[in-house]
Design a protein around this ligand. Structure first.
Ligand SMILES: [Zn+2]
Length: 142
């Protein structure tokens, strides 16, 4: 069962984001990076905000990320999630990818288990129309 219902509106792939979603369909979390200066960015854009190059490459996300920030939602902002409260929304950051943040959810965490800096690993959930969505689980440490 997905963390949030598939009836919740999700972004439709655009010209700029379609390749990101194609990688997700293959269970690969990749981020767009500049083909000139190499700086990764998200969401995908047609031009590098650092050097203005339009050359594009893609790089694999590291095997785990960290919670940069998070919130726990107790008040439904959409009817589709009225039965899923409370749920979390996290910003995930990755080593070597400064200034890049991915908005997602941690699917296995109670609100008091979330903390800035906690390590998370990507998991894939089926979204609307069979689209795979990158979500996260807490990284287990020994
Ligand atoms: Zn650049």
């Amino acid at each position: 069962m997905p963390y949030l219902p598939t009836s919740l509106p999700f972004p439709s792939p655009s010209l700029d984001t379609s390749e990101f979603w194609q990688h997700c369909a293959e269970r690969c979390l990749k981020f767009q990076a500049c083909g000139e200066c190499g700086i990764p960015r998200h969401p995908p854009t047609p031009m590098c905000p650092h050097c203005r190059s339009q050359l594009i490459s893609w790089m694999d996300a590291p095997s785990f990320g960290r919670i940069f920030s998070y919130t726990v939602v107790f008040s439904a902002s959409h009817d589709a999630v009225i039965n899923d409260l409370p749920y979390n929304v996290v910003l995930v950051e990755f080593d070597g990818m400064d200034d890049l943040r991915l908005v997602s959810n941690v699917v296995d965490a109670k609100p008091d288990e979330l903390a800035i800096g906690r390590e998370v690993v990507v998991v894939w959930e089926m979204g609307p129309n069979g689209q795979l969505l990158p979500r996260f689980k807490l990284r287990k440490t020994k």
